[in-house]
Structure formats: structure tokens, C-alpha cells
Design a protein around this ligand. Sequence first.
Ligand code: GDP
Length: 365
Amino acid sequence: ALTAGIVGLPNVGKSTLFNAITQAGAESANYPFCTIDPNVGIVEVPDERLNKLTELVQPKKTVPTTFEFTDIAGIVKGASKGEGLGNKFLSHIREVDAICQVVRCFADDNITHVSGKVDPISDIETINLELILADLESVEKRIARVGKLAKQKDKDSVFELEILEKLKEAFEADKPARTVEFTEEQMKVAKGLHLLTIKPVLYVANVGEDDVSDPNSNEYVQQVKEFAKNDNAEVIVICAKIESEIAELEGEEKEMFLQELGIEESGLDQLIRSAYHLLGLATYFTAGVQEVRAWTFRKGMKAPQCAGVIHSDFERGFIRAETVSYDDLLSAGNMVAAREAGNVRLEGKEYIVQDGDVIHFRFNV
Ligand code: GDP
């Protein structure tokens, strides 16, 4: 499964946020085969469409799709020099598919800041620099190897060398790989280099309790948003402390608490949603009387691959995908009406599944 790693300097609110994540964690009854790793938090992806489908179909059971966060603790400064824990920190980042960097935007004199004062941009740059230095080292090593072959006019090497040089130039200017512009062909090669700074990034601005209802009044949040524009990164605002309180509530109680705070959606739900999109993930549904369920796939995946998300047998024996879009099904009111309206399609092997498709797979066993 794809996973987003949570990173940040010490004392910025990572553990508080991660506790909220595990606290709000998915019903383990639904996922009996998940291994329990203390650094992994499995959350359900909030999706209003699943609730609507449940109303429509009245199934025995409704199962949301899930998503994983990994807590990447560890020493940050000096990590690229490969000393002890720092090295481990980088290797953990290498394993995740996206990075959520928690940035301290709350002032609290009782909580010390590692560099003496609250300065989100300097915090971001500290972490980014370690990742950039590690990438610079990998690219330089690669240039030494590929450069020789390029001199011998090896076509692929000439092509790759140009990409490597472009990356090196960016790194030397303290720019992450995700800000470098590539053609589609170049991008394929660049992705194959497994760089740390090419992974998508979400800055999680952690504000104080007083700023939740109007985060834009927080000057630090503005700074982070401004910075992210040139960094090809996204930003969301949360208050980790409040999230850990919200995570203990459910249903009506949760709604009421959010209303009191003057916010529509919990920061955690926003975080899940943003990370999900950041990873290029989307959702399709199966809607039977036994079970209405949301499933995660990667955008661009074809029908057989999506069937394989449910079970590998579904992929192997794939025949057709009986498909209706969520919107069409909802406006028709039920499956029979949707079919009469001509909105239910029989799609084959080459069909690229769309976010919100409601699918019934037909397959050979
Ligand atoms: P970590 O070192 O990044 O994991 O940070 P922690 O989650 O342990 O938080 C460090 C301290 O900051 C703890 O005392 C938290 O209670 C406090 N803290 C975290 N988030 C907030 C917040 O939103 N507002 C305030 N006032 N304190 C917070």
C-alpha cells in the first residue's frame, strides 16, 4: 500500500498529530490481516459519497477505504552526513511515497524550539537541505558512472546525463527535484532515480488553539503558504492539540465540537484527503446488498488492475466491468433506473477507471 510519512523537527507537534491519527484509527475489525506496526497509523478515508450510497442501497455493511501514515521520527540535522540515526531517518523517507512535513506555527513560550524561536521557513529549509544534500550525493555518484558511457555516445546515457546535470544544478541552488521541469520522457527517468526530493510534499502548518477558526490571521501560516508556491508543495493548517481531542469523539459529539470551534471538517480529515490526492489516489465503489465499499486505486489504472485491488483472482479472470458513475447512479435513484436511462456501461480491459465509478466486476473463476 502507498504510505505518507510524517516528518518534522523536534517539538513541532508530530507525536501529538500521530497520536490523533492512531486514536482516530480505522476499525481494526475490518482489517484483521493488517500487521500492527507502532509507526504506522491506518485511517479511514472520509467520503460523503459512501454515506449516500449506503442510504441508497441499504447494505448489511459499509466499509470505507483506508490509508496509511508512517511516523518517521529521528534526527534530522546532519542526516545527510550519514551518521547513525540520521542515516536511518533518510532510509525511512526513501520508503514512503509522499512526505507530510509538520511545521510549527504556534507560539508557546513553555515549549522550547530547537533553534530558539518559531521560524517555520527556517525549519522547512533545515529538513529540505538534508534531503537535497542526500540527493546531490546520489546524483553525483550516478553522473560519474553514466558520464563515462555518455562519452562513448551511448544514447540512453546521453539522455540520462542531461537529466542528472539538470538535477545537480537545482540541488546546488538548494532546490528540490520536485521543482525541476522535465518533459514526460525525462520525468520517467528522473523518477527511476529514487530521489528523496522528487516525492510529493505537503506542509502541515500546526497552529495554536486560538487560530483554528481563522488560520490566515496567523502570520507563520502565510509565510508557509508563500514558500510552498515556489516549492511545488501543498499546505494544510491544523491544530494538532485539538485534533487529538477531536479524535476521541465520534458522530454527533464530534459534529458539535467542530461547530463550537467554528470549523466544518477536522484537520485530520483534511490531512487524509490531501495526502490521498497528493499520492494520485482515487476511489471506486462496489455497491451490493451485502456490502457497500470504497476501494483505492491509482489514477490511470485500468479496469482489470482495479479489480485486482479486491482480489488477484478478479484481475486474472477479468471479463467486464459493469460501470456507472456515482453522479449518474445518485440522480437515477437506483441501479435499475440507471440502467434504463442508459447510464450503466459494460467496460472492457482497456477502460481507465474514474474516481467515483460504481463497479460490478464480472470475472471467470
Ligand atoms: P514532536 O517532538 O514533534 O513529536 O512534538 P510533540 O507532539 O511531542 O509536541 C511538543 C509539545 O508541543 C508538546 O508539549 C505538545 O503538547 C505541544 N503542542 C503540539 N501541538 C500543539 C499546538 O497545536 N498548540 C500548542 N499550544 N501546543 C502544542
